[in-house]
Design a protein. Structure first.
Length: 374
């Protein structure tokens, strides 16, 4: 199909894009789109022509409801064959279901033909709906699932190109990092002392290594270095609310963390007690050797706080406690602390914990001032 490219010199004189592609008389909801170069305009025309090329496949006439039903069958098969994790399947299914329920040109996406979806639809209508009440990172994650969804639509024969390729997410600005309260060592010790022996070791390990809950759940004996001073190698994590093991939360999540001598000794004793487990056996397991569930962590630490007579904390607060001890030792050496914590960036560490140093400096300054004044 021949789509004419017109050049508007008057727009170029004003510094605007001058090459126009007009699809108003060719496709439903067509419009004029402008480009700064003829090459860009020609590429856009090629993309439109690819979308309008008829297909002999029955799927060419599918609407998104039909595509969704077949997509669920597809990813279920991928999951059953072991080619897709449970968490990945759940995420893709959830995001595809969300998408077909959005509104496109005044009606649910599910009722629209798959072949009619354009990049403009995604940018001007779909992304604008997705951004409401969501952070940009969340929208980006959803768009990632939808790219996979639309790639499947090409394989199924519904269309010839992916309208998601150049679509970027929008959303609310990230909320300022919540300032965390420091927990004193005597409180942590009281909570751990109130736990059963096997849970006390897990809590002591978390408080002295700073491992995230998912990282602790995925730890195997091969990850423990028994040398001096002893290290734990963090290279994987159990995904939240599942038993799937994947990469840590961040790229810097893969790290080497020193072991406290007492914790190292306790781990050695556990290793011998269990009969020297295989290298790929989990260090901290459920009743049947499977990864610990997420709910049990909250239950155990909540009960221990009650028995110790202290305010309730979360399991994740053991990681914050670890950070507080690092700050006490290393001060503003953010590079060291960030690497030990496995944060994505130094700014993340300083945003979350920087006020602790500010508070200490302020308190020290006041104390010194009072001493000088009197």
């Amino acid at each position: 199909m021949d789509i004419e490219i017109k050049k508007y010199k008057s727009r170029e004189k004003l510094g605007k894009a001058g090459f126009c592609v007009d699809t108003r008389s060719i496709v439903a909801n067509g419009k004029r789109e402008f480009f700064y170069t003829r090459l860009e305009a020609e590429r856009h025309v090629d993309k439109i022509n690819a979308e309008l090329t008829p297909s002999t496949a029955a799927a060419w006439d599918w609407d998104f409801d039909m595509l969704y039903r077949n997509f669920i069958t597809h990813i279920t098969s991928q999951h059953d064959k072991g080619d897709m994790t449970t968490s990945s399947k759940s995420e893709k299914e959830r995001d595809a279901k969300l998408f077909v329920g959005l509104i496109l040109d005044g009606k649910p996406v599910g009722q629209s033909k798959v072949r009619d979806l354009t990049t403009g639809h995604m940018r001007l209508q779909i992304v604008e709906q997705l951004r409401v009440g969501r952070a940009k990172k969340t929208v980006d994650n959803i768009l990632g699932s939808l790219r996979y969804f639309m790639s499947y639509s090409i394989d199924a024969g519904c269309r010839n190109s992916n309208p998601m390729t150049d679509v970027k997410g929008k959303g609310d600005k990230a909320k300022p990092a919540k300032q965390i309260k420091q927990i004193q060592p005597d409180v942590i010790n009281a909570i751990i002392d109130a736990m059963p022996v096997h849970w006390a070791l897990r809590a002591r390990f978390a408080a002295t290594t700073g491992l995230r809950q998912g990282e602790l759940r995925a730890l195997v004996w091969a990850d423990i270095d028994w040398g001096k001073p002893g290290y734990v190698y963090v290279n994987k994590a159990v995904k939240h609310n599942s038993s799937d093991i994947g990469d840590p939360k961040t790229k810097r999540g893969k790290r080497k963390v020193p072991l406290h001598p007492d914790v190292k000794q306790s781990l050695q004793e556990l290793y011998l007690l269990l009969g020297r487990p295989a290298d790929d056996a989990l260090v901290f397991t459920g009743r049947f050797g499977d990864p610990l569930g997420t709910n049990v962590f909250a239950k155990v630490i909540g009960k221990a706080c009650k028995e110790a007579g202290v305010d309730r904390i979360r399991w994740h607060d053991l990681r914050h406690y670890y950070a507080s001890r690092l700050l006490q030792k290393f001060g503003a050496d953010w590079w060291t602390i960030t690497n030990l914590m496995g944060h994505a960036s130094i700014s993340t560490t300083s945003d979350v914990y920087g006020h602790w140093l500010d508070d200490k400096e302020r308190d020290d300054k006041i104390a010194d001032g009072i001493a000088e004044a009197f």
